[in-house]
Ligand binder design. Structure first.
Ligand SMILES: NC(=O)C[C@H](N)C(=O)O
Length: 361
């Protein structure tokens, strides 16, 4: 099948889900209707692939269910797409390091380049899902849908949320309107943009938020509804490319607070950090130690980005940035600011150019 025209329609596009369903069954009987979209399911682990000792055990579990087992648990996926599963990793997402992040990105990039792949669904732990999603959003030069899905409850739990998140991710990945919207995150019926979505609660199934920016859409009654699109640069419009990356530079995040110490900054600098993201107070405000740390970092050509520990809102550029050589993180939280800084440092160390990146992505 040749792409977007033959994909399933979304509710917001044409309201043609019944026709799409009919098309699927006719395709299966060989009456000349378009074939199903070809989606690769990439497994990386997380609670969606976790198994616990009994159905009431929600938080003590072991990651280990395979991509094949996830597919077998949701046979309905076969009616949405021609699915191919691939196990890229099977870890808790807190175990993902730069090397694995790059491995995931390079594999997704290679798959997207294949003409027989129409979209990708990635299962991923929720703890650092937004970091992988945002990284992919910045480096994949493709308009094909890439949708990450996770779960807050293990696969063995009462009311496990993984199977429906996975099914919804396939609905989105096979939907024409998902093209060109950047990397997407499917959790709890909501379609989030990688740029904006963040994990904002530790254990409840409704753990992801997009705060002021809002979600892009919702899946309701089996239909995909897109309401809006992300405006920050991403995917085909991004200047970052995997081909130019050997390894990612060392960037640390330091959390600011009353009575903070300069030693953290010194430790980061002497460990070879090329960048530091400060989870600053309020509007990215720096404590005396963080300010001294920024000055010391500047002397060692280490870039410093001011994000915020608040969790939402924009960190605005300030006159102090010109004095300290610091960069304002815009509305990126510290862990996403780290992702962008790692990529931006591959292009420039100049504070003005780094600020340009933070203003656009
Ligand atoms: N809900 C989850 O997926 C949490 C898990 N610790 C992970 O990130 O892999």
């Amino acid at each position: 099948m040749a792409g977007i025209e033959t994909r399933r329609a979304c509710a917001m596009n044409s309201g043609n889900m019944a026709g799409a369903a009919e098309g699927r069954s006719r395709a299966a009987t060989g009456e000349g209707q378009p074939a199903l979209p070809r989606i690769v399911l990439l497994g990386t682990g997380g609670t969606i692939a976790a198994v616990a000792s009994d159905a009431t055990q929600l938080h003590d579990y072991t990651v280990g269910a395979t991509t094949d087992e996830l597919l077998a648990a949701v046979p309905q996926l076969r009616a949405l797409a021609e699915v191919r599963g691939e196990q890229l990793a099977n870890v808790d997402s807190r175990d993902i390091d730069n090397a694995l992040l790059l491995k995931i990105a390079r594999r997704v990039d290679a798959l997207l380049a294949q003409p027989d792949v129409d979209g990708i669904v990635i299962t991923h732990g929720t703890d650092t899902l937004e970091e992988t999603a945002y990284f992919l959003n910045l480096v994949l030069r493709s308009a094909k849908p890439v949708v990450l899905a996770g779960a807050m409850r293990p696969a063995t739990a009462l009311s496990a949320d993984g199977p429906l998140n996975l099914y919804n991710a396939f609905l989105v990945a096979t939907c024409a309107a998902a093209h060109g919207k950047g990397v997407l995150v499917m959790m709890n019926d909501r379609i989030g943009a990688a740029r904006f979505v963040t994990k904002a609660a530790t254990t409840v199934p409704d753990a992801f938020r997009a705060f002021e920016q809002g979600n892009l859409g919702e899946v309701a009654a089996g239909k995909v509804h897109f309401f809006t699109a992300p405006l920050c640069r991403h995917t085909v419009d991004s200047e970052f490319s995997l081909a130019a990356i050997g390894e990612l530079p060392h960037v640390d995040i330091l959390y600011d607070h009353q009575g903070a110490g300069l030693h953290h900054y010194r430790a980061a600098i002497s460990a070879g950090a090329r960048g530091i993201v400060v989870a600053g107070c309020g509007n990215g405000g720096l404590s005396p130690a963080a300010r001294a740390g920024a000055e010391e970092a500047a002397r060692h050509s280490v870039a410093v980005v001011r994000s915020s520990r608040v969790g939402q809102g924009v960190v605005t550029a300030s006159a102090d940035d010109a004095v300290l050589g610091t960069v304002a993180a815009n509305s990126l939280n510290p862990h996403k600011a780290r992702i962008l800084l790692m990529l931006a440092l591959g292009r420039s160390r100049d504070a003005g150019e780094l600020q340009c990146c933070f203003d656009q992505y």
